[in-house]
Design a protein around this ligand. Structure first.
Ligand SMILES: C[S@@+](CC[C@H](N)C(=O)[O-])C[C@H]1O[C@@H](n2cnc3c(N)ncnc32)[C@H](O)[C@@H]1O
Length: 206
């Protein structure tokens, strides 16, 4: 079975990297490879990574890759290494219940202040998740109970930043919302077909 995400890739194919008019950059990339230098431009991070082993292997399958992981810890350790290299002032990471304590501990290793919010996805009250926020200055925006999509909108509109990074961009909610607010973004994503959706949305919005 093929996952084509509305066929955006046919009109807006991306082989490797793409740079938007404002300098925002995205790259087809597996986070196990060395972090692209341009990702270090970011002073804010939001990332919604795969939440467990089954989930990440489904994403490899959807990206038409034969590669599979047998250890989810290896993935999230690498994710937090990338965040450490970016050194953002503020970082948000989304996660499901299963790995919430592990992600929380990783955030505590990097940030002085760590808090988390109860959240949902797909705007469904039954689809529960968490968004963890880390920073080195004390601040706790009131985001509890908001859907993750609304949290992304809030962050892109209200956090103080020049450039936001997303290490697992997917179809690009973070990029789209940064762009709507006149802010730069940088991002990596395994699946080129998913990144094409972001290019299409930004091109169509003009
Ligand atoms: C939950 S989705 C992110 C959804 C995203 N917030 C959006 O706006 O569509 C997780 C994404 O992580 C990507 N991903 C999975 N493994 C990855 C890896 N090793 N490196 C980079 N991206 C990866 C998947 O392809 C998927 O698009």
């Amino acid at each position: 079975m093929q996952y084509n995400y509305g066929d955006a890739y046919l009109e807006y194919p991306i082989e490797d990297e793409y740079t938007f008019d404002d300098g925002s950059r995205i790259k087809v990339h597996d986070i196990f490879k060395p972090l692209p230098e341009f990702m270090k431009q970011a002073d804010l991070v939001f990332v919604d990574p795969p939440w467990n082993l089954g989930n990440i292997n489904t994403f490899y399958m959807k990206a038409e890759q034969d590669h599979r992981l047998d250890d989810f810890e290896a993935f999230y350790i690498r994710l937090f290494e990338c965040i450490r290299e970016i050194r953002p002032r503020v970082c948000y990471v989304e996660v499901g219940k299963q790995y919430m304590p592990y992600f929380y501990m990783q955030m505590k290793k990097q940030f002085k202040y760590v808090t988390f919010y109860n959240s949902t996805y797909y705007h469904s009250k039954d689809k529960l998740c968490y968004v963890i926020r880390g920073s080195n200055k004390a601040k706790k925006p009131s985001l509890d109970g908001m859907d993750e999509e609304s949290i992304i909108e809030w962050i892109c509109e209200n956090e103080d930043y020049d450039c936001i990074a997303d290490l697992c961009m997917g179809q690009g909610l973070v990029g789209l919302n940064a762009w709507k607010n006149g802010k730069r973004f940088v991002g990596t994503e395994l699946n080129p077909k998913r990144l094409s959706v972001l290019i299409k949305k930004i091109k169509q919005a003009g």
